[in-house]
Ligand binder design. Sequence first.
Ligand SMILES: [Zn+2]
Length: 450
Amino acid sequence: MPEYDLAVRGGTLILPELNKEEKLNIGISQGRIARLSPEEMQAKDSLDASGLYISPGFIDSHMHDEEKEDGESIEKALLRQGVTTAIAGNCGSGPLGADILSFRRNPWLNLGYLTGHKKLREASGVIDRYAPAGPDQVKTMKDLLRKELQEGSFGLSIGLEYLPNTPISELEALFEVAVDFKKIWIPVHIREDGPASIRATQEILNLALKWPLRFQISHLGSMTGFGQIKEVLEIIDKARDSGADVTFDCYPYDAFCTELGSAVFDPGFEKRWGKGKEALEIASGPNRGRWLDEEDLYERLRQEEPECLVIAHVIKQNEVELCLSHPECAIASDGLLKGGRGHPRAAGTFPRALRMLRKAGCSWPEAVRKCTSLPAEMNWLDKGVIKEGADADLVIFDGEKLCDRATFSEELLPPEGIKFVIIGGQAAVKDNEVLGSPKGKLMKRVPSRE
Ligand SMILES: [Zn+2]
């Protein structure tokens, strides 16, 4: 009688929490790692991982899976690059559970949601994104947030650059609700980018020093903080040393991407970025591939197609590298697609970051930690490690070949070097091909069930 459902033989395990590599076979039963051993194992099925590395499945704590129609494309793009668990709804856009969960009963990867400040405002009748919410609206937002957190939302996401005049008192009213719960995570897209990044980061650090909640500065270096990244990292370190519970994430590209109609692209961005419309490329919709320095295109599309995605080629590569190399920086994709189109980060972030980190001198366990156990700890997820009893979520890859292939013109090209992605003990990807039916689970924050 075979002892296990699946045996993965001959591979080298990357154990980020122990900071080491070890050659062991893995016996998997009922979706969990049942045994790690150099000995031969009897199993119903087996995978040969000789010459390959085996990492815990990558954990993406920042992606966008809020749009009903693009769920499958973004989940599959992430899955092909080795992501087995993701948290969606960052930057204030996390949906209310009633609006999305019934559409995501069978996700392609393990998926949890944040509740977005912007969605709480919309549901409370706040129409003007440049105006603060009124007292009755704030009360409605608080009631809605309480309900969402009771029902298993992973936390409150905030996108201040999209709602730039939000008073701190409006956020603190929501924190009054969040502190009644355990293990609440508050990722923040800060209020301003470019030269104002230090001030905008400090604003959140002050909140993290004041409130007993866990904060995250989102897509640092890759969308926010650019031009000032060294100083921004210094003030984050200082706040952490002073007891603030604050972390950050980054995606490894020198261009960011968001909707053209958002406040990020309000007139005046040229001054902040030192680059103008010639650096802005349309990434989705009928005008994909055009650049916004064409006559009237910016003004026209802001009116007619505000939801189209724009890639802004305005970030400095050396700043992204500085951010990625910080020991507490988690890798996260910010993956976002519309109609299957968008930024290559959706398909390339994790292999690209690992390659860059290796080039910068990180060991495999150090580099993999930023994709696995570090984001798992940030979100109190019982994942991101390879040990007996853990969920059998794994990525099996060729360390020599691993690299991203997605580009700004072919943004969904899968990476090279990933042989298998395993979710809950089942092969979900083989040689870039997504296999069979969805194998992920819709996740809820655990204390919500206590
Ligand atoms: Zn954002």
